[in-house]
Design a protein around this ligand. Structure first.
Ligand SMILES: Cc1cc2nc3c(=O)[nH]c(=O)nc-3n(C[C@H](O)[C@H](O)[C@H](O)COP(=O)(O)OP(=O)(O)OC[C@H]3O[C@@H](n4cnc5c(N)ncnc54)[C@H](O)[C@@H]3O)c2cc1C
Length: 468
């Protein structure tokens, strides 16, 4: 098979891991990426010497294979970071993970007693467990759900928690309950703790993108090639075999056809289905359309102030601002700022392409974001030096109620293809972390090489860590 006939769409974690595994085994391939650098959502942007992660990417995994790869590639440039993060709600800061005394102090004795009563009530009268709301109430009680889960979750997804599948909660908060959180807070937890409560993580000294640049070097040395600023727009096939793809040059808009003998795709699953030519049956197209993503933008700011807050990030639960989370990159790694007397922040907004926030121009967004930050007392706008905005489409697969039915239809249809595997977060429509994306890329390559027989749809998030 010619090297340019084995094609990988996307140079994010999944695509890069796939290319790395293939080239390490002497199978060169071509990676096609619509951006101009590797890393996908894990890329790192350089703005005048200040380095910006897209949000913040902890390197945390239960997979020995991924842990080994990270350490091998990054060597001494991997930092061990002690996690410090808090929740801002109702003008107060709550430790995260919640600590018993801090929570009790912030809520006050009356509210705390109500939370305990509400928790006890949830033990006696359980509610429907199939929605995110029901799942959390049954484990934490209604009152804690209202304070710590509802507002933030609705900011992330922009839909009522009753319309979100419990799959999301059980995948992200598996093993976590009020009982465990209290036990951890009061006694320190012995034995296996759910990974959400992890106190330490790895982080590349100059941000996660460095890991992907190093993988790119290895892939290139192994004979792999990268074509950046190209978007896949079409996939020609004859019933069960992909024969060629159409790619568009992002700079010129020119489209060209590339013959393909094997295709790995980490682009969003619905867009990939829409690109198939001939088009799949209507039922499949409709199911794909129903699989939706939440988009996301980060307003990155540089401020002329040495210390703003000590956390790596703060979750902003307060409903009075749209801000979802704020990252402080020098607290991830001091090398993220070129001038240690300044601070760089990433203000994360969950949104939907085309909505009011998404359409706001960058200058207005920067002003809007700094005003929100000022309104919750984090930093005054007079320290602002400059900023820029990054918009990310398809950042979060939405586990809306009934999404599994649509997944079954799409998966069933794709099973006919003998030379196509979808990989990664978007390609498998899984709300998972980069370790999972890396694993799916590795396993897909092993399937191709005949070195394994993995069902990628089932690559377990159980081995991934959980996000709070
Ligand atoms: C705000 C935020 C914080 C996160 N925090 C963490 C964390 O702390 N730790 C962690 O491990 N994970 C974290 N994640 C998850 C992590 O970012 C993803 O799991 C990971 O990036 C998924 O890798 P991927 O390769 O599957 O997809 P992506 O990273 O999305 O890469 C897909 C690539 O495909 C390209 N592409 C898409 N369509 C096309 C097309 N048509 N043609 C050509 N190229 C295309 C994209 O440009 C992109 O580069 C976070 C995610 C977000 C959004």
């Amino acid at each position: 098979m010619a090297q340019d006939r084995i094609v990988i769409i996307g140079a994010g974690p999944a695509g890069m891991a796939c290319a790395h595994t293939l080239t390490a085994k002497g199978r060169p391939c071509t990676v096609i990426e619509k951006e101009d650098m590797p890393g996908g959502l894990c890329r790192t942007l350089d703005h005048g010497g200040y380095l910006f992660d897209i949000g913040g990417h902890r390197f945390l995994t239960k997979s020995d294979e991924i842990d080994k790869l990270w350490r091998e590639v990054m060597g001494d440039d991997m930092l061990h970071v002690k996690r410090l993060s808090r929740i801002y709600y109702n003008k107060r800061y709550f430790d995260y993970p919640l600590s018993f005394f801090n929570t009790f102090w912030n809520l006050g004795p009356f509210e705390s007693a109500l939370c305990v009563a509400s928790y006890l009530k949830s033990k006696i009268s359980r509610v429907d467990d199939s929605t995110f709301e029901g799942w959390v109430i049954n484990r934490f009680g209604k009152r804690l759900y209202d304070i710590f889960f509802k507002t933030y979750t609705e900011k992330v997804w922009a839909v009522a928690c009753t319309d979100i599948s419990a799959d999301w909660a059980s995948q992200r908060l598996r093993g976590l309950s009020l009982r465990i959180a209290i036990k951890k807070a009061m006694l320190g937890m012995k034995g296996k703790s759910p990974k959400t409560l992890s106190g330490e993580f790895l982080y590349p000294r100059t941000g996660p993108g460095e890991f992907y640049y190093r993988l790119k070097e290895r892939v290139s040395e192994g004979g792999g090639q990268f074509i950046f600023k190209r978007t896949l727009t079409g996939i020609r096939h004859n019933a069960n075999n992909v024969s060629s793809i159409e790619v568009e040059d992002a700079r010129t808009g020119k489209r060209e056809e590339m013959p393909v003998e094997y295709l790995f795709s980490s682009m969003p699953l619905p867009s990939m289905i829409m690109a198939l030519d001939p088009a799949p049956p209507d039922e499949v197209l409709q199911a794909a359309r129903n699989l939706r993503f939440r988009d996301f933008l980060v307003v990155n700011l540089i401020l002329d102030k040495e210390r703003i807050f000590p956390d790596q990030w703060i979750y902003v639960h307060s409903p009075e601002v749209k801000l979802g989370r704020v990252q402080n990159y020098k607290n991830w790694s001091p090398a993220m700022v070129i001038d240690p007397k300044k601070t760089s922040l990433g203000l994360e907004y969950f949104c939907t392409e085309g909505d009011e926030l998404w359409r706001m121009n960058d200058v207005d967004l920067i002003n809007y974001a700094i005003r929100e930050l000022e309104s919750i007392g984090i930093v005054s706008r007079r320290y602002l030096v400059n900023g820029f905005v990054v918009r990310c489409q398809n950042a979060y697969p939405i586990y809306s109620l009934g999404y599994q039915k649509n997944m079954d239809i799409v998966r069933g249809y794709l099973s006919r293809f003998t030379n196509l595997q979808t990989i990664g977060r978007g390609g498998l429509f899984r709300y998972d972390n980069s370790d999972h994306a890396l694993l799916t890329g590795i396993y897909a390559a092993k399937n191709f090489l005949g070195a394994g027989h993995y069902d990628l749809w089932k690559v377990s998030a159980e081995d991934g860590y959980l996000e709070s």
